[in-house]
Design a protein around this ligand. Structure first.
Ligand SMILES: [Zn+2]
Ligand SMILES: [Zn+2]
Length: 248
């Protein structure tokens, strides 16, 4: 009974707060029931429906296809939408730098919808795949309090019941941000040897299809570097999965 009474009070307290401080969409600032991103803004983000070869940009229908994978460690890239979409671009920025953690839900939903649309990853056997987020260096994670890629991975994994591991891939160097590093060669140098695989966990990636998750893919240098160590440690295929793909 006291619990029910508390729920009753808490319901009215929330109604009171919402009346005094109505929720506003973090992009268009209109009042919304769908905080932090209103329905209209969510629907304005167009979901992609195919995978590509990260090297030559060719559409990949069959994930087993070897397009340019002899040249690159990352075999295939999937992206839920385009970084050129002004809503998505700003919302990702707000998520990461203003730390509106509740944005993880609508943003993860975009990736979930993308996977449902493309179906290819969903057709893989659960025992053959492992979802891994691109890790932050522990110092950066301490500053931000969270890793955006880890939150996206958690939501996707729990929705589809996919296996995941957050400690297998370790960022050993606190390199300067790729966004502040100019030019492809410098970006590649900036991420060289920044990742390591946890020695006790290498058996978990042997012959697995690794789904490597990040928020944004631009030059692809970070993802290629992570894919390189995963392949060196026995991963069968590495598929990049991001919220948004930008242009260099
Ligand atoms: Zn809005
Ligand atoms: Zn290719």
């Amino acid at each position: 009974m006291p619990c029910r009474f508390f729920n009753f009070l808490s319901f009215f307290w929330n109604v009171f707060l919402e009346t005094i401080f109505p929720w506003h969409c973090c992009f268009c600032k209109k009042e919304t029931q769908h905080y932090p991103l209103c329905q209209n803004c969510q629907e304005s983000i167009i979901i992609n429906h195919f995978f590509i070869c990260p090297h030559c940009n060719k559409t990949i229908i069959n994930l087993s296809e070897n397009c340019c994978s002899r040249k690159e460690s990352l075999d295939v890239l999937g992206y839920a939408s385009s970084y050129q979409n002004p809503i998505l671009k700003q919302v990702i920025h707000v998520f990461k730098y203003q730390r509106i953690v509740s944005l993880q839900k609508p943003l993860s939903n975009l990736m979930i919808k993308y996977l449902e649309k493309t179906k290819s990853i969903l057709s893989l056997k659960q025992k053959d795949i492992l979802l891994i987020p691109i890790p932050l260096h522990f110092k950066k994670q301490k500053q931000r309090n969270f890793n955006q890629s880890e939150l996206l991975t958690k939501n996707i994994a729990s929705y589809f019941n996919f296996p995941t591991d957050f400690n297998i891939l370790i960022r050993i160097k606190n390199n300067p941000s790729q966004a502040k590093t100019q030019g492809f060669i410098k970006k590649k140098q900036n991420v060289k040897n920044i990742f390591e695989i946890s020695k006790e966990k290498t058996h978990l990636i042997k012959n697995k299809w690794i789904i490597l998750i990040d928020d944004v893919y631009t030059s692809g240098a970070t993802m290629q570097e992570a894919a390189k160590v995963l392949k060196q440690n026995g991963a069968k295929k590495v598929i990049g999965l991001v919220l948004a793909k930008g242009v260099i």
